[in-house]
Design a protein around this ligand. Structure first.
Ligand code: GLV
Length: 324
C-alpha cells in the first residue's frame, strides 16, 4: 500500500470554522457527516484518526472489527465518552481521547442560563411578546422564582458542577452538593454542604444535575426522589439525559411536584417526547452546553492535538487509558 502523505482524518460532524482551517492545513479530511452505523465503521477502518460526536456509538463488536485497521485514535469531540466502549478500544489498540476542561465554564454558564430561564419564565415571556398579545406591565404577570437566597443542590461535583457552584456564589445561593466522593477543597472554597442524594432532593429549592453518562448514573434520579422535593423546586439537567427517566420527569412536572425543569440533555436524544414538549413549565435546549464559538474551537483543536500525538506514536494528552 502506498502510504498517504497526510493523515486521513474522519469527521462525523462539521467543525467550528477556525479549527477546521487547522485540520485542512494538516490532514486529508474525510467528511462523513451524521453517518449511519455501517458507513461509520467502514470509514473508520480506512482513516488514521476520527473526530466523533457523542452520538456516534461504538461498542465492543465495532472495536473488534476495527482492530488491525489503520485507525489509531478516536478523538471524541465531547467531555463525555459513554458512547464509546473504552475497554474494547484499548483491547483493539485504538486510543480514545475526550475534551475536558475547555468546556467547563461554558457548560456551567448554560446551566445557569437554563436555571434563570426557568426560574424567571423567560421562554413564556418571549412567546407572549412574539405573539403580539402582550398588553403591558401587570403586577401579577409571569411571576417566577427568585434564586437569590435559595438553596442550590449540585448533583455531581466534577469540574462542571463545581463551576456551577462557584458562579452560584455570585447569585447569592446557599450551596448543597452530592457526589460519589466528598470534595474537601471544594467545600472549603465554596462552603458547599455535602449531603446524600435523598437529602439534597428534600432540602434544595433548585437542583442542578451534572452527572456523566453510562450505566452507573442511568435513572439515578428516581421517581421517588423527584416526588420528595420541596414545593416550587426547579430541576436543571446539563449532564446526561438518562440520569432521569423521562417518564418520571414528565409525571413530576405534570403533577406539579416539580414546579419546573430546564433541560439540555434527554433520555432518548435527539427524540424528545411530545408530552414533554407540550409542557409550559419546561425550558428545552438542544444539547448546547459547550456550544460557543470559542469553546467549540478549543474542543476541536484539543481533538487535533490528541490526533497529532497518537499519530506520532506518543500518548495523547487527553487519552482515556494507557495503551501498553
Ligand atoms: C457533551 O455533552 C459533552 O460531553 O461534551
Amino acid at each position: 500500500m502506498i502510504p498517504h502523505k497526510r493523515p486521513r482524518i474522519l469527521l462525523t460532524g462539521e467543525l467550528e470554522a477556525g479549527a477546521l482551517a487547522e485540520y485542512k492545513a494538516q490532514a486529508e479530511l474525510i467528511r462523513l457527516i451524521t453517518p449511519d452505523h455501517n458507513s461509520l465503521i467502514k470509514a473508520l477502518a480506512d482513516c488514521d484518526a476520527a473526530v466523533t460526536r457523542p452520538t456516534d456509538r461504538l461498542n465492543a463488536e465495532d472495536f473488534a472489527e476495527l482492530k488491525g485497521s489503520r485507525l489509531k485514535i478516536i478523538a471524541n469531540h465531547a467531555v463525555g465518552y459513554e458512547n464509546l466502549d473504552l475497554a474494547a478500544a484499548r483491547q483493539a489498540g485504538i486510543w480514545v481521547s475526550n475534551t475536558p476542561d475547555v468546556l467547563t465554564q461554558t457548560t456551567a454558564e448554560l446551566a445557569w442560563a437554563l436555571l434563570l430561564a426557568v426560574a424567571r419564565r423567560l421562554v413564556e415571556g418571549d412567546q407572549l411578546v412574539r405573539s403580539g398579545s402582550w398588553t403591558g406591565w401587570e403586577p401579577n404577570q409571569l411571576l417566577g422564582t427568585s434564586v437569590f437566597g435559595k438553596r442550590l443542590g449540585i448533583v455531581g461535583a466534577g469540574r462542571i458542577g463545581q463551576a456551577m457552584a462557584r458562579i452560584g456564589k455570585g447569585f447569592g445561593v446557599e450551596l448543597l452538593y452530592y457526589s460519589p466522593n466528598r470534595k474537601p477543597e471544594f467545600e472549603a472554597e465554596t462552603q458547599a454542604r455535602y449531603l446524600t442524594l435523598p437529602e439534597i432532593f428534600a432540602e434544595a429549592d433548585l437542583i442542578s444535575l451534572h452527572m456523566p453518562g453510562g450505566p452507573e448514573t442511568r435513572h439515578l434520579i428516581t421517581a421517588e426522589l423527584l416526588s420528595s422535593v420541596k414545593p416550587g423546586c426547579l430541576l436543571v439537567n446539563t449532564g446526561r439525559g438518562a440520569a432521569v427517566s423521562e417518564q418520571a420527569l414528565i409525571q413530576a412536572l405534570k403533577h406539579g411536584t416539580l414546579a419546573g425543569a430546564a433541560l439540555d440533555v434527554y433520555e432518548f436524544e435527539p427524540q424528545v417526547s411530545a408530552e414533554l414538549r407540550a409542557l409550559s413549565n419546561v425550558v428545552l435546549a438542544p444539547h448546547i452546553g459547550s456550544a460557543t464559538v470559542e469553546t467549540r474551537r478549543n474542543m476541536a483543536l484539543m481533538c487535533l492535538k490528541n490526533i497529532q500525538l497518537a499519530l506520532a506514536g506518543k500518548q495523547p494528552p487527553q487519552a482515556l487509558f494507557n495503551l501498553a
